[in-house]
Each structure stands twice: as structure tokens, then as C-alpha cells.
Design a binder for this molecule. Structure first.
Ligand code: ADP
Ligand code: MG
Length: 480
């Protein structure tokens, strides 16, 4: 038996998402990214004596939003705790966090892999403040500290040890990034560190129910790296156990240059952070009204739309692509107000329009085409006035340049309207039949499949204007 088949992996993820509020979790300084170092700081952020923190209501709202989107139970009575430790990037000497009392409890996130659907169980989502940033490569002799990030609100989304493969973890983080962007609480940018993931990995013999010793891999700044790090860890741990070695609990880091991980510290015993309730902040009680107001403000979520799109007759691929990003789904939704040809809308959006969006590096929210105009373009094709290739290759480019024009107007102006009058079409048919005497003979001998070739030629000589249905009829009649 292959060693890998004897074992199964167990994975739990901790994802930190920076909430993109204007100000910090407990202070009025800007929470935005990318400013000159140490310009978004205040005495509160730096923990100067006599300063008092004050909770940012928006951050609380965003945390609840994410909790509701993940089917969590929302805790109404909340308080913060101090997590005490010394580190240069932590100016106060403690981090204000929600230790044992997360604002969101339980919950789940639906993912899809090639093995089907799975609801990944969440343990909690809690609020905490971010630390500053140590910069080791700015100066030869010193480590520099940038406190701009200190105090920026974070939610930490913690799963149960509920995933079994790197692929599941990959899909889970993809889903989390999609969700935070969808409900607009975090920009989801892993490269800039707005979304950060630590992966906890252990292995055990298949069939066992107790958990093995875990390692925690930090420093994963892309979803691909989450997957690679977990794959590497699973292989490494299986090899160790196969050699009779014991896995020790460790914190490891991922090296993207080599796709490997290395130990940064052993975790022999739990750290003692001397948690105690933050004395400078009063506990806060959420009202049912506050929570239900947030619930009512939530947009339709991607998984609900996915199910709806399947029920409209779209296939899984189309449905998932349309739900990949909110602006795409919104554009689809708006177009359905004007057209019921759902498949055509999906084909247009995931075909020619996606090409436009990709080329311009924009989203569907920014495309120069009104959903209603797309619907009119679809009707034009459905009514047989133009065919799809004329619509996409000739009319669409003009529409994108002159968004105020109507598809029918453009088709008329450019003389693109399909002709279904038999006299015109008959003339084109005659031209084609005269041009291809050999093929006509073959057809008459019984090679009926050639009809497609003739229709294609008629389309060509008519420059796409001949209605193919009428052309087929006339051709069949003529070649009898
Ligand atoms: P810690 O206190 O070390 O941060 P937690 O119990 O809070 O550990 O769990 C942190 C994360 O690690 C959670 O996502 C949890 O699901 C995961 N985890 C815990 N034990 C294991 C294990 N044996 N194997 C894999 N993941 C685990
Ligand atoms: Mg941890």
C-alpha cells in the first residue's frame, strides 16, 4: 500500500481579514494601507498613558456581517480582553482581542471541490486589532517599525479541524476571499496582507478519530501558497511517521522560493498571555434590532445565487462563473430584468463581454454597456434580425464606443440586418449553387450533410445577412 493511502490529513485554517473601515478599531487614525510609515498613528494607537480606546461601531457591524454570511450565531453580550506579550511591533505591550468570547460562534462555509459540496465548519469569528509591522530590509543595521497598521481592525475566522486536503483548503480560502469582497468588509488582497492565512496541519491513520500533533504554517500570502504549503506538510509528516519519527508541535514558515516550509519555533507548552478583560473598554450589548438591521442590509449571497441560476436552467460552470464576483452577478441580475433568455445572457457575459472586461482590466460594474442594451442585443439575435457572430463582432464593438446607441440602430446604419425576404436570398442561393456544381451533384446523390456547407456559403456571400432558416428552406427546395 502506498504510504499516502494509510493516512489522512486534518486541516484547520485561521484567516485574518483586515476590515476596511475608515478608522482603526479603537482610535480615529486612518486604517488605510500604503501611507508613509508612522503617519497613521495617534497617542491611543501608541498606548500613551492616559489615553482611552473607544470601539469602532463600523468594525463591529462588519464582523457581524461576516458572521451572518457564514451562518454563525451572533453573541449579543461582548467584551474585549488584553492579550499581553512583548514584541516590537506591539506598541502597547498587549493586543486587544476577544479571547474566549467571540462575537460570532459556529457557522459554516460551503465549498465545492471535484469531490462535491462540503460545509466547512467554523469554530468562531472574533474581532481584534492588528499589530504594527517590522521591516527588516530597510536598513542594514536596524529593524524599522511602521505602526500605521497597529490597531487596524481584524476579524479572525477560525475553522474547526474539518478539512482533509490541500484542495479543500484552497477552495475554502477562495470562498472566504470571495465572501469578504462580496459583502464589502475587506478588500481580500493577500499580497498587501489584508487577508492572511495560517494553516494548521496534522495527519493520522485513516479510521482514527483522535487528532494528531499539528504544525502551524504561517506567512502564506497567496491562496496557491496555502495549497502548496499544506501539500508539502502532509508529505513531510507522512515521511516522518513512516520513518518512525515523532512529530512535534511547531510553528513553521513557508518559503515561496522553494515551495517548502521550515521550523521557526517549537511550541512545547501553551504561551501564557495573562488574558484579562480590557479595563478601559466597557462591555457592549448588541440589540436584536442592530443585528437584524445588518441582516437586512446583506446582499444576496453567492451560494444562494448559484442555486437560483441552476434553477433558471444554467449549467454549473455558468452559474459558478456568474457568482465569482458580485459585480458580475449584479450585471446578470439586472439583465434578467429585460431578457428571459438566461443562457444567452450567460453566454454573452462569459464570452465576448468577459473578454472586454479582462482586456480593460475592469469589472462588470465599469463596463460601458447597459444591461438593458445587452438584452436588446440578445432580442435582435433571437428575432433573427442578426446572427450571433455579426452581433458580437460587428455590433458590440460599436456599442462599446457609443453606449447611448441602440443595437437595432447600429445594425440598420451598418446595413447588417439579416434579410429574410425570399427574393434576395434566392439570388444568393443561386450564386452559391452555380459556384459549386460538384458539391451539388454529391448532394443530389444523397450526401445530405452538405446542406450545412451550402448554408454557410450563402451566409458568406450575403455577408451574414441571409436568414439561415430561410436559406436552408430555399436550398432544400432547389436541390430536390
Ligand atoms: P491554537 O491555540 O494553537 O491557536 P486552536 O485550538 O485555537 O489552537 O486551533 C487553531 C486552529 O488549528 C483551528 O483552526 C483548529 O481547527 C486547528 N487545529 C487544532 N488542532 C488541530 C489538529 N490536530 N490538526 C489540524 N488542525 C488543528
Ligand atoms: Mg493559532
Amino acid at each position: 500500500m502506498n504510504a499516502n493511502e494509510k493516512y489522512e490529513a486534518v486541516i484547520g485554517l485561521e484567516v485574518h481579514a483586515q476590515l476596511h473601515t475608515q478608522s482603526k478599531l479603537f482610535a480615529g487614525d486612518s486604517a488605510s494601507f500604503g501611507a508613509e510609515p508612522n503617519t497613521h498613528i495617534s497617542p491611543i494607537t501608541l498606548g500613551h498613558p492616559g489615553t482611552l480606546p473607544k470601539t469602532n461601531k463600523k468594525a463591529v457591524e462588519y464582523a457581524i456581517k461576516m458572521g451572518l454570511a457564514c451562518n454563525c450565531e451572533i453573541e449579543e453580550y461582548n467584551y474585549f480582553a488584553r492579550k499581553n506579550y512583548f514584541y516590537p511591533d506591539l506598541p502597547k505591550g498587549y493586543q486587544i482581542s476577544q479571547h474566549t468570547t467571540p462575537i460570532c460562534k459556529g457557522g459554516n462555509v460551503l465549498i465545492r471541490t471535484n469531490k462535491g459540496e462540503k460545509n466547512v465548519k467554523l469554530n468562531r469569528i472574533h474581532l481584534e486589532e492588528d499589530a504594527g509591522k517590522s521591516i527588516h530590509d530597510a536598513d542594514e543595521n536596524y529593524t524599522c517599525i511602521d505602526y500605521n497598521r497597529a490597531g487596524v481592525p481584524l476579524i479572525e475566522i477560525v475553522t474547526e479541524p474539518d478539512m482533509q486536503s490541500a484542495e479543500e483548503a484552497f477552495q475554502y480560502v477562495t470562498e472566504i476571499r470571495k465572501l469578504v469582497r462580496w459583502i464589502d468588509v475587506c478588500d481580500g488582497n493577500m499580497e498587501e496582507g489584508s487577508l492572511r492565512c495560517d494553516a494548521n496541519v496534522s495527519i493520522r491513520l485513516k479510521g482514527k478519530t483522535t487528532l494528531g500533533t499539528k504544525v502551524e504554517v504561517k506567512n502564506l500570502n497567496s491562496i496557491r501558497n496555502v495549497k502548496k504549503a499544506i501539500e508539502y506538510e502532509i508529505d513531510r509528516m507522512i515521511a516522518m511517521v513512516e520513518k518512525g519519527e515523532t512529530i512535534i508541535q511547531q510553528t513553521r514558515s513557508f518559503d515561496a522560493a522553494t515551495d517548502t516550509t521550515f521550523a521557526i519555533r517549537d511550541k512545547e507548552e501553551a504561551n501564557d498571555y495573562r488574558y484579562f478583560p480590557e479595563p478601559d473598554l466597557t462591555p457592549f450589548q448588541l440589540t436584536e434590532q442592530f443585528i437584524s438591521g445588518i441582516k437586512a442590509s446583506l446582499p444576496a449571497l453567492p451560494n444562494d445565487l448559484y442555486t437560483r441560476y441552476l434553477s433558471l436552467g444554467l449549467n454549473e460552470y455558468d452559474a459558478s462563473q456568474l457568482c465569482d464576483e458580485k459585480s458580475t452577478a449584479v450585471f446578470f441580475e439586472k439583465t434578467t430584468e429585460f431578457s428571459k433568455n438566461y443562457k444567452a445572457i450567460a453566454n454573452w457575459m462569459l464570452g465576448p463581454l468577459r473578454q472586454v472586461v479582462n482586456e480593460k482590466n475592469i469589472s462588470f460594474a465599469e463596463i460601458d454597456l447597459q444591461p438593458k442594451t445587452l438584452a436588446n442585443l440578445i432580442s435582435l439575435v433571437d428575432e433573427g434580425k442578426v446572427n450571433f457572430s455579426v452581433a458580437s463582432l460587428k455590433i458590440l464593438p460599436v456599442l462599446l464606443q457609443y453606449p447611448e446607441k441602440e443595437p437595432l440602430q447600429i445594425a440598420t446604419e451598418l446595413n447588417l440586418l439579416q434579410v429574410s425576404g425570399s427574393a434576395d436570398i434566392e439570388a444568393w442561393v443561386n450564386e452559391v449553387v452555380n459556384k459549386m456544381p460538384e458539391k451539388v451533384k454529391e448532394y443530389k446523390k444523397g450526401k445530405k450533410g452538405l446542406i450545412g456547407l451550402f448554408v454557410g456559403e450563402v451566409k458568406k456571400v450575403s455577408k451574414g445577412k441571409a436568414d439561415p432558416k430561410v436559406a436552408t428552406q430555399i436550398l432544400e427546395e432547389k436541390l430536390k
